[in-house]
Write a protein that binds this ligand. Structure first.
Ligand code: ME8
Length: 584
């Protein structure tokens, strides 16, 4: 039995109702609710990142998209879903053709080198993709050719001519209203895309055109009928606004004489398929298109940056509608990282190398920072000082400090998961526990529901904020009862001390379990130290403090893990000042 896709929202909802209507607050009930919201069907989830251009090396923004997708994939797996996670590289088009020429390399050799850099980065940052797609692969070419033929046979593609602006940097056609004047670095007047600032050129060629204009009302219907199709809402509203504007047919090929590096149009060797049509089909290629895609395609979720919204929210759905295929379940859009308030760019020399920074701050440190600080709705700023401050406060001091205190040999010489004493901490008040302690238990018991809700909507920063608040409460709990001051020679004080530690470890177990999608290595270290086995780490079976409800705990009396190392070492800002750095 697997948890069905409605699990998070439905179980949350059911649980809230139960809480309101009755005095249920037993974790038996929570576990029962979680288990009861199941379905027999094998639930699937398919998450994608954009496929990245190989004209330059990966930067922090690319890693950010991959970390979001990875977190979502790991979260779904912990919920019991069968999850597929695709990323990869976008290797065709004029931009890549020109970059290979400039590097003096054969295009494929050039693409392979850069694509491998992306793969290395992702592997070293614990990006647990299940499929890495390159658009130069045969399986992809076959999918694109098939997709094109379907559109052609439905007469949605026709031979025409295109005259207008084109940005090679964005690989995008622009209408006159999307173009403005600017000066290049030598002071020459040029035309640029108003959105990206990239240079545009006037082009006039015979092309194949896609009947994009015919899809306006279907696109509007889709968005109006699915208010969560594009998330967060502000991006859905932006797309609805664009659909009120001019929606001309779209050129979907380039003359072969100008663009050789791409897939030829089936049946016309003088034309090359437009790189965006080629690239978007990657999501289908991975799903098994054209023969075996249905299973994964029906559960597809795209993660994209705000820069490529138009391609994913207008062109792609129109192509899919044209080809008679389902639309993705959701498109999750995120905003951009700036560096000290400026857009990352080669010319400013402020491009953040994610591999270098993951070595400086550790992989999990960088992942945590990106997800804790990144807000999908608005741009976020990256500085090394901020990273150091946040990681020291939340991972080293708060979470790491809590683990040290609760597992210290001085308090727990036997190094076992201590026992819980129901008389010291009765379910209803009256023992040695204080009112704040019960409030903390309530918060930790609700935490999985809060976190799941935020993970579900890709608001990872809210989930981490909620976990952080509970960690602070648990630190407060330990501080309040100062177990190091209790008499450790047996008797009542010892039972109370063990109970304090038991409750704290139970809280830590919840935090470690919930943090797995974000910081897999740190969570593993934490859970291993607590003696939690790999098969006891799923969200489905997370059962907080069963002893409070007179049920057995599988952990009580179990040996703790033997690795007593620190969870996350404090970062010293001094150490980074001498490095090639953006400190000023
Ligand atoms: O557009 N902050 O590839 P690309 C956050 N090949 N994320 C950023 C970012 C920033 N400053 N800069 C880039 C392409 N990104 C196409 C995609 S998909 C079928 C084809 C991330 O290499 C963000 O996800 O230019 C953005 O959408 C993507 O990188 C663009 O990567």
């Amino acid at each position: 039995m697997r948890v069905c896709s409605l699990f998070a929202s439905r179980s949350c909802h059911i649980f809230r109702r139960l809480q309101q209507n009755t005095l249920v607050s037993s974790s038996t009930t929570i576990a029962a609710v979680r288990r009861s919201v199941t379905c027999n069907e094998k639930s699937g989830y398919y998450v994608t990142t954009p496929i990245f251009y190989v004209n330059a090396s990966p930067h922090l923004g690319h890693l950010y998209s991959a970390v979001i997708a990875d977190c979502s994939h790991r979260y779904k797996q912990l919920q019991g879903f069968n999850s597929k996670f695709a990323t990869g590289t976008d290797e065709h088009g004029l931009k890549v053709q020109q970059a290979a020429e400039a590097a003096g390399k054969q295009p494929l050799t050039f693409c392979t080198e850069v694509s491998e850099r992306f793969e290395r980065l992702f592997r070293s940052c614990s990006i647990s993709y299940t499929d890495y797609i390159r658009t130069t692969e045969l399986r992809h070419r076959q999918a694109v050719e098939h997709f094109w033929s379907v559109l052609w046979n439905k007469r949605l593609i026709y031979k025409g001519s295109y005259e207008g602006w084109y940005s090679t940097q964005d690989e995008s056609f622009l209408t006159p209203s999307q173009v403005g004047d600017a000066l290049d670095s030598s002071g020459n007047e040029i035309k640029v895309s108003l959105e990206s600032g990239h240079k545009v050129e006037w082009m006039k060629e015979e092309n194949y055109m896609f009947r994009l204009s015919a899809f306006r009302s279907q696109l509007l219907d889709w968005l109006r009928g699915n208010p969560k199709a594009i998330q967060p809402e502000r991006f859905q509203l932006a797309v609805l606004q664009w659909l009120q504007e001019d929606l001309p047919d779209l050129s979907v090929s380039r003359q072969r004489s100008r663009l050789q590096w791409g897939i030829p149009v089936p049946g016309d060797a003088n034309q090359t398929i437009y790189v965006w049509l080629d690239a978007l089909v990657n999501y289908l290629s991975v799903a098994g298109y054209p023969d075996h895609h249905e299973r994964w395609w029906s559960v597809a979720h795209h993660i994209i940056g705000k820069d490529i919204l138009k391609f994913h929210a207008i062109y792609w759905p129109a192509f899919l509608l044209g080809a008679g295929l389902r639309l993705p379940q959701a498109i999750h859009v995120h905003s951009h990282w700036t560096v000290r308030g400026k857009k990352m760019s080669k010319s400013l020399g402020n491009v953040i190398d994610p591999l270098e920074h993951s070595r400086m701050f550790t992989t999990d440190g960088l992942r945590y920072f990106l997800l804790r600080q990144g807000v999908p709705e608005s741009d976020c700023d990256y500085t090394e000082e901020k990273v150091i401050k946040l990681l020291n406060a939340e991972l080293a001091d708060s979470l790491g400090g809590l683990m040290n205190r609760c597992t210290a040999a001085a308090l727990n010489p036997a190094q076992v998961y201590p026992s819980f004493c129901p008389q010291a901490f009765p379910r209803d008040q009256g023992g040695r526990a204080a009112a704040e302690d019960y409030r903390m238990l309530e918060a930790v018991r609700n935490l999985p529901f809060v976190v799941e809700k935020h993970y579900e909507s890709m608001h990872f920063y809210k989930a981490l904020e909620a976990i952080g608040a509970c960690v602070r409460q648990t630190n407060g709990f330990v501080q309040r009862h100062a177990p190091w001051k209790l008499d450790r020679t047996g008797g009542k004080d010892q039972r109370w001390l063990d109970t304090i530690l038991h409750v704290s470890l139970e809280c830590m177990r919840v935090y470690g379990t919930l943090l797995q999608p974000v910081v897999p290595e740190i969570s593993d270290k934490l859970l291993t130290r607590l003696g939690v086995r790999p098969d006891e780490r799923s969200f489905e079976t997370l059962d907080f403090l069963p002893r409070l409800w007179q049920r057995d705990s599988p952990f009580e009396g179990r040996a703790l893990g033997t690795d007593t190392g620190v969870l996350f070492s404090r970062l010293e800002s001094q150490k980074f000042k001498n490095k090639k750095s953006h400190f000023k």
